[in-house]
Design a binder for this molecule. Sequence first.
Ligand code: AMP
Ligand code: MG
Length: 480
Amino acid sequence: MQLGLTHSYAGLPDRFHAALRPTPVRDPKLAIFNRPLAKSLGLDVDALECRAAGMLSGNDLPSDARPIAMAYAGHQFGNFVPSLGDGRAILLGELRDPNGMVRDLQLKGSGLTPYSRGGDGRAALGPMLREYLLSEAMHALGIPTTRSLAVVATGEPVLRERSLPGAVLTRVAASHVRVGTFQYFAARRDEDGLRRLLDFVVERHFPDARAAANPALAALQAVADRQAALLADWLRVGFIHGVMNTDNMALSGETIDYGPCAFLDAYHPDTVFSSIDHRGRYAYANQPSVAQWNLARFAETLLPVIDDDQARAAQRAGDIIEAFLENCEAQLLARLREKAGLGNAELEDGALLKQLLLTMQEHSADFTLTFRRLADAAEDNRLEVAGIESWLPAWRARLQRDPRPGTERAVAMRRANPSFIPRNHRVEAALQAASREGNLAPFEKLLAIVQRPYDDQPGAVAYQRAPEESERVLQTFCGT
Ligand code: AMP
Ligand code: MG
């Protein structure tokens, strides 16, 4: 079966990748398949679903696949590793959807590659279902992200702390080029490689930059703009990525690599879930600064391409990096205004919203529910919102100067404030049932709910509420 794959990345010089096929698995069984996504990609949904177990496990690749593992480097928790690469992923090729958008089709957990280092090239079912669930939830929240087309259980165990069922995830991404991909060539002083990679990224993601006076600088600006928007989006829903290493930052501006990521329950800016993030480097409120740091690493790789005069190149790139945080903050302020129902902008809004967050922090108010409840309070003047009562009078006074009618405001607020997020305790429970008992029903139920995050779902109130003290999940794991 052919999928209509093309191969622009595989067509780059050999040093960009390693050609190899996935390692076959024993007994592939389709665990979950994303029919709406398959359809939006212009694929033959029924034919693909029918053959998905074989095809998307890597056993029986589409005949037009040209499988490669991509080379990249990266800063992991601040330490530079010059050779990482796809240690357990294989790019099958690219698909052009009916709208003309090109997307990568990649298998993750598909066996050893030349970049596997100490790893086994495999993935466990729990973490792959986790990526599927979280990425589809992010998409439904309206946040740029890689997507998940399928998870296939391999019928083989993978050895982690214990033996776990193995799986292969099919990931769909605008591209898999990362900051770390540029770092790979910069570390080798391979300017030709850098230029080719930049051409690829401009062609794929930023065609407008081609006509710019300085395409490299225009691409840097475009990457910075997308990251600022992405980070503001993460913060507006309480998302914590958990491993913002430079190899996990995609130039497309999509959220990529769902490892120990999680959503806030109670609001606190220092929240960390990842078991390996001991110093809180990637804590909730640190994320914009980390993105800026990663962008600076990206900018460094571009200096030779930006200007022959390296001092001038550094100056011009530096200006973009320096403006990033302010840009990100402005975007976050705009999103917080929407969340709080402020349809017009006033100078004091920043202070008012900061005070809201401080009040939530003081009372350990649930981030998601507090904002959702605020939409109800916008319609009903007498309604209190637990934990932020002291803040409400100032907010109500401010609403007097919002030009919109109350119901229109409340509708807009419900579109800005999800009712359902993938709550960590729910995610863990669903994954345990799938992984330990082979029971996918809780996973499917949770998935259906988080795919409609802004809807009231009266039958699902239990999925809305915050965890009880005894249910709270404080740590998440990469599971690699
Ligand atoms: P991550 O922390 O998932 O972004 O992965 C960092 C690096 O480790 C990447 O180069 C991955 O390909 C590699 N890696 C993660 N898990 C495995 C595994 N099980 N086998 C081989 N390589 C892996
Ligand atoms: Mg990664």
